[in-house]
Design a protein around this ligand. Structure first.
Ligand code: DOR
Ligand code: ZN
Length: 335
């Protein structure tokens, strides 16, 4: 098959950043995604309805002329988030709240320290029909970085899902067989996003023969058995797994550094990379569900009606992008 037409996809997890950067990231995503769930880890973070609404305006102003692209806004949970914050967010049209354990990843310093005290907020999310989006990694430094997702399931995820049975939970950017198995066997209302890099790469692609900082993201790439487990669940066509790129741009000098930051900017190539994975798996018939249906269904939003056509041809993805201010950004990961 050299050409495939599918309903236009959505990206259920990405990082647009802010200000001038939006004029790079928003068109890149609007190129082939109709909607995107926008992560709130700005500095300072998007913690309230008012901040989410003004961020949304800045995103809309960065759309290319004629684009119908729509951001789906989220707020960032902190130790101080209140039930009233959730009610206000609901009123403002915010669909979801993102929970970062404090210190788990880029710009998560204001994240949650005491998960236990957030249960009233989780209840409020459920009562208001909003989703809880979780960065599922523990932050205890003595826990091996490759085990932090599994530990989060055991320490927290099981409890959250059981104690708030009417809450819709998205386990974001899963990277392990344990996470895939957890989602597959969880109650109704639990789903996961999967990034292109975690389907295409494993930790050898980051560490074998030299360190490749462009492939460093969080949760970190795992061993190939986990990559294979993720590939198996997308090939299965389970509606619990859908597209979320976690596209996250960083300046080149910050990624290629003695303490390089986490994140892969994949917006310019993500849909093509996912398509490559499904093609390799001989499962192109499952691409549309993963990319265009299951996320919308889980969020309770209408499916898109426009289509996109992908054509098989060789294509060199640029490795760097220069912003109008001259700053160089790494464009993709290496594979
Ligand atoms: O690799 C990552 N980069 N993981 C995250 O969770 C955050 C993201 C970012 O904001 O750069
Ligand atoms: Zn993310």
């Amino acid at each position: 098959m050299n050409e495939i037409t599918i309903i236009k996809p959505d990206d259920w997890h990405l990082h647009f950043r802010d200000q001038d950067m939006l004029f790079e990231t928003v068109p890149a995503t609007a190129r082939c995604f109709e909607r995107a769930v926008v992560m709130p880890n700005l500095v300072p973070p998007v913690t309230t309805a008012a901040l989410a609404l003004s961020y949304k305006e800045r995103i809309l102003a960065a759309r290319p002329a004629g684009s119908t692209f729509m951001p789906v806004m989220t707020i960032y949970l902190t130790d101080k988030t209140s039930v009233q914050d959730i009610k206000d967010a609901k009123k403002a049209g915010v669909l979801a709240a993102k929970m970062y354990p404090a210190g788990a990843t880029t710009n998560s310093d204001s994240g949650v320290n005491s998960l236990e005290s957030l249960y009233p907020v989780f209840e409020a999310l459920a009562d208001n029909g909003m989703l809880l989006l979780i960065h599922g990694e523990v932050t205890q430094k003595h826990i091996d970085i490759f085990d932090r997702e599994k530990e989060f399931i055991d320490q927290h995820m099981v409890k959250i899902v059981e104690r708030v049975p009417h809450l819709k939970v998205v386990f974001e950017h899963i990277t392990t067989k344990e996470a895939a198995d957890f989602v597959l066997s969880a109650r109704e209302g639990v789903a996961a996003t999967i990034t292109p890099q975690h389907l295409l790469l494993n930790r050898n692609d980051m560490l074998d023969g030299g360190i490749r900082p462009h492939n460093y993201c969080l949760p970190v790439l795992k061993r190939s058995t986990h990559q294979q487990a993720l590939r198996a669940v997308v090939k299965s066509g389970s509606p619990r797994f859908f597209l979320g790129t976690d596209s996250a741009p960083h300046a080149k000098h910050r990624k290629e550094s003695d303490c390089g930051c986490a994140g892969c900017y994949s917006a310019w190539s993500a849909l093509e990379l996912y398509t490559q994975v499904f093609d390799e798996l001989d499962a192109l018939d499952k691409l549309e569900g993963f990319a265009s249906f299951y996320g919308a269904d889980f969020y309770g939003l209408p499916r898109n009606t426009e289509t996109v056509t992908l054509v098989r041809e060789s294509w060199e993805v640029p490795s760097n992008i220069t912003l109008p201010n001259g700053e160089l950004h790494c464009a993709v990961f290496c594979w």
